[in-house]
Ligand binder design. Structure first.
Ligand code: ADP
Ligand code: MG
Ligand code: ZN
Length: 588
C-alpha cells in the first residue's frame, strides 16, 4: 500500500510503489480486465494505464501525464464502469465531450452531459439521476463553467456525495488550470471547490503537457493535497523534427513541393499564424494543385466539421489551420505537420506537431522559421506574463544548430535526455557538425551602436528596419553615421535574433489603438560591448555555397563568452560529444 501517514514530507512515489500498482491481483482486477475486453474491446493495456486505474480504484488522487492519443480517457472511463455510482468528468470543450459521449454510446456505456446547450428535459433527467441510487449513468461530463455557475449542480453533487454516489472526479486537460500552461481557462481556476467540498472523492487530472511547475500549480489550484503523478515519457520516437529557415521569397512553394513530392497522397496539417493566413495559404496551395482547406475559429461550425470530416476520410489532403484545429483531432495516420509559422512556445509546438504519427509509423514535423514571424507573434503575446520568455525558447529551438531537437524539448518537460536516443530522428543529429562557431563581437558592436544612435535621434527601429539600415538600405541620415555590413540578409537576421535572445537587445513595445509595434532597443547586456575584452560567439549553420573571405571570422580558440543559442537551462541535458553521426541524406 502507498505510504499513508499524514507526515508533512512524504517520500515520493517510488518505482516500487509503481510496481505494486502495475499488478493485477486487486479485488477489482478481474472485473477491470473483463470490462476492458468486453466493453472497450481492448486486448491489453498501454504503459501506465493499469497503474493509473489501480491507483484511482484504490482511492488515490492522481495526475496522469501522457502524450495525446495514448489513451488517457480509458483511465477514468474504465474505473467508472467498474464502480457503483458515477464519475464526474470536467472537460474544457463541448465538442470534446460530444466525441466521448458518442464513443461511449457506441460501446454501450451510459454517459450524459450538462453544458450551456443542454435542453431543459436533459438537465432534469441528469439532475435527478445524480441522486438516484441505481445510478442511471456512469459518467457525467460537465464544463468548468457549469461547476462555477450552477448552484443547482453543486447542490446535487453534494447530495450525491453524501449518498456515496459520487465515485470519482476526472479533470481532463488539467493544465488548463495553470496560467503557465499553453491554454489557460479562467473557469478551471475555480475547480478547487470540488476537492474542498468532496475531500473523500479521488480526483484524477489528465494532460498531455505539463512541466512539474505547471503540475504543482494545478495541484494547488485543485486543492489536491498529495497526488501521485504518473508521467509517460514525452518522447515520440517515430517523429522526425526539422527546422528550415524561411527564405523570404517562396516558402509556400517549398511547402507545396514537399506536399506534392515527399508526402504525395498522405494526410497532413499546415499550421499558420492567423485566420487570414489560413485562408491565403489554403488558396495558394489549391492553386498549386493540392487538395487543401482552411480551418480556423471564425468559421461556421458546419464548415469546420465538414473540413475535419473530409480530411479524416482523405477527401482532402491538407488542413491549413490555426491553433483552433487541435483538441479532439485524433486521426492516426497524419504523416506530416508543417508549421508555416513558428509556434508561440515549445509546449504549443510539441502539442501541434504531436498530431503527426499517432499510429507510431514515421512522420515528419517541419517548422519554417522566419525572422519577421518572431515579431508578429511577440506582439500577439504581449499581454501574457510569460509570453516573451516562452516565445524566446521557441526561437532558440529554431536558431539552434548544434543540439538535438529532442534535447531542446526535453528541457521543457523537465526530462533528462540522452541524445543517442534520438536515433538521428532530427535534422541536427542527422546532419551533425553542420555548423561553425563564429566571433560576432564586431558585428554586435556595430548593430547595437546603430540602434543606440537611432534612439539618440529619437528614431524607433523595428527589427526589419535595423536589418535594412545595417545593410546600407534606407534612411540616408542614419547611414552616414553608422558602420554598414556586408553580411548576408540571413546572417544579419540571425545575429540580431541571437543578440535579442542573449540580452544585448530587448523588446520595446509601442501601442496604438489599432496595432502593437515591436521595436528593438539596447538590452541589459549592451553596455558590456563597450569593454575591449568582451567577446560574443555564435554558432551558425555552415553555408554550402561560395565562402567569401573577410566576412565572418571563425573563432578558433579564443572563446571568452561562449553562449549557446539562447537555451536557458541546459544543465539537465547531457552535453553533446564531439563525435557525430556521419552525414546521412536519407531523408531528403
Ligand atoms: P488521450 O486522451 O490520451 O489523447 P484517448 O483517451 O482519446 O487519448 O485515446 C486515444 C485512442 O486510443 C482511443 O481511440 C482509444 O480507444 C485508444 N486506446 C486507449 N487505450 C488503448 C489500448 N490499451 N489499446 C489500444 N487502443 C487504446
Ligand atoms: Mg484526451
Ligand atoms: Zn536529435
Amino acid at each position: 500500500q502507498a505510504s499513508g501517514s499524514g507526515k508533512p514530507s512524504k517520500p515520493a512515489f517510488s518505482k516500487k510503489d509503481l510496481q505494486h500498482y502495475e499488478e493485477s491481483d486487486f479485488s477489482w482486477s478481474k472485473d477491470v480486465q473483463e470490462k476492458l475486453e468486453n466493453i472497450f474491446k481492448i486486448s491489453k493495456f498501454r504503459p501506465l494505464q493499469r497503474a493509473a486505474i489501480n491507483l484511482s480504484m484504490s482511492g488515490r488522487d492522481l495526475f496522469l501525464v501522457m502524450p495525446t492519443g495514448r489513451g488517457k480517457s480509458l483511465c477514468y472511463q474504465l474505473p467508472a464502469v467498474c464502480s457503483k455510482g458515477f464519475t464526474l468528468v470536467i472537460a474544457p470543450l463541448v465538442s470534446l465531450m460530444e466525441d466521448q459521449l458518442m464513443y461511449l454510446k457506441s460501446v454501450g456505456v451510459s454517459a450524459v452531459t450538462l453544458n450551456a446547450s443542454s435542453s431543459k428535459e436533459d438537465s432534469k433527467f441528469v439532475m435527478a439521476g445524480m441522486t438516484d441510487k441505481n445510478s442511471p449513468f456512469k459518467l457525467l461530463y460537465v464544463t468548468p463553467e457549469k461547476i462555477a455557475k450552477s448552484k443547482l449542480l453543486m447542490s446535487k453533487l453534494e447530495k450525491a456525495y453524501n449518498m456515496g454516489l459520487l465515485e470519482r472526479i476526472a479533470v481532463d486537460e488539467v493544465h488548463c488550470c495553470s496560467q503557465w500552461g499553453h491554454d489557460f481557462r479562467p473557469d478551471y481556476k475555480l475547480l478547487g471547490i470540488l476537492k474542498r467540498q468532496f475531500p473523500k472523492v479521488p480526483l484524477v487530472g489528465l494532460t498531455a503537457t505539463a512541466t512539474s511547475n505547471i503540475l504543482k500549480d494545478c495541484q494547488k489550484i485543485l486543492c489536491v493535497p498529495d497526488p501521485v503523478t504518473l508521467t509517460a515519457p514525452f518522447n515520440r520516437p517515430n517523429l522526425y523534427y526539422e527546422v528550415r529557415v524561411k527564405s523570404s521569397e517562396d516558402s509556400n512553394g517549398e511547402i507545396a513541393a514537399l506536399i506534392k513530392g515527399r508526402y504525395k497522397d498522405q494526410s497532413g496539417i499546415v499550421y499558420v499564424f492567423s485566420q487570414k493566413d489560413a485562408e491565403l495559404v489554403a488558396i495558394d496551395l489549391q492553386q498549386r494543385g493540392i487538395l487543401a482547406q482552411p480551418y480556423h475559429a471564425n468559421m461556421e461550425p458546419s464548415d469546420k466539421s465538414r473540413v475535419h470530416r473530409h480530411w479524416s476520410t482523405k477527401k482532402i489532403q491538407v488542413v491549413v489551420a490555426t491553433v483552433a484545429f487541435g483538441m479532439g483531432i485524433d486521426k492516426a495516420d497524419v504523416r506530416f505537420v508543417i508549421h508555416h509559422t513558428i509556434s508561440k512556445s515549445i509546449e504549443n509546438y510539441y502539442q501541434e506537431s504531436g498530431r503527426a504519427g499517432r499510429d507510431d509509423h514515421p512522420a515528419d514535423c517541419i517548422v519554417f522559421y522566419g525572422f519577421s514571424d518572431i515579431f508578429r507573434i511577440s506582439t500577439m503575446v504581449v499581454m501574457e506574463n510569460t509570453g516573451q520568455q516562452k516565445l524566446q525558447n521557441m526561437v532558440a529551438y529554431c536558431q539552434n544548430v548544434d543540439r538535438c531537437r529532442r534535447a531542446m524539448m526535453a528541457v521543457h518537460f523537465d526530462e533528462v535526455w540522452d541524445d543517442e536516443e534520438c536515433h538521428q530522428m532530427c535534422d541536427v543529429c542527422r546532419h551533425g557538425n553542420d555548423y561553425v562557431t563564429m566571433d560576432i563581437t564586431k558585428h554586435a558592436r556595430d548593430v547595437v551602436k546603430l540602434v543606440e544612435l537611432a534612439s539618440s535621434v529619437d528614431e524607433k527601429m523595428t527589427p526589419l528596419k535595423v536589418c535594412d539600415t545595417w545593410m546600407g538600405k534606407g534612411n540616408a541620415k542614419l547611414r552616414k553615421m553608422i558602420q554598414t555590413t556586408i553580411l548576408s540578409r540571413q546572417e544579419v537576421e540571425s545575429i540580431i535574433v541571437h543578440l535579442l535572445l542573449n540580452g544585448y537587445f530587448s523588446e520595446d513595445f509601442s501601442f496604438t489603438p489599432y496595432t502593437t509595434y515591436f521595436y528593438l532597443k539596447a538590452g541589459r547586456k549592451a553596455a558590456l560591448l563597450k569593454s575591449e575584452n568582451h567577446s560574443i560567439t555564435m554558432k551558425m549553420k555552415r553555408k554550402v555555397p561560395t565562402p567569401s573571405p573577410g566576412r565572418l571570422s571563425v573563432a578558433v580558440s579564443s572563446v571568452k563568452d561562449s553562449e549557446g543559442s539562447g537555451a536557458k537551462s541546459s544543465a539537465k541535458v547531457k552535453p553533446k560529444e564531439g563525435k557525430r553521426p556521419a552525414e546521412n541524406s536519407g531523408k531528403s
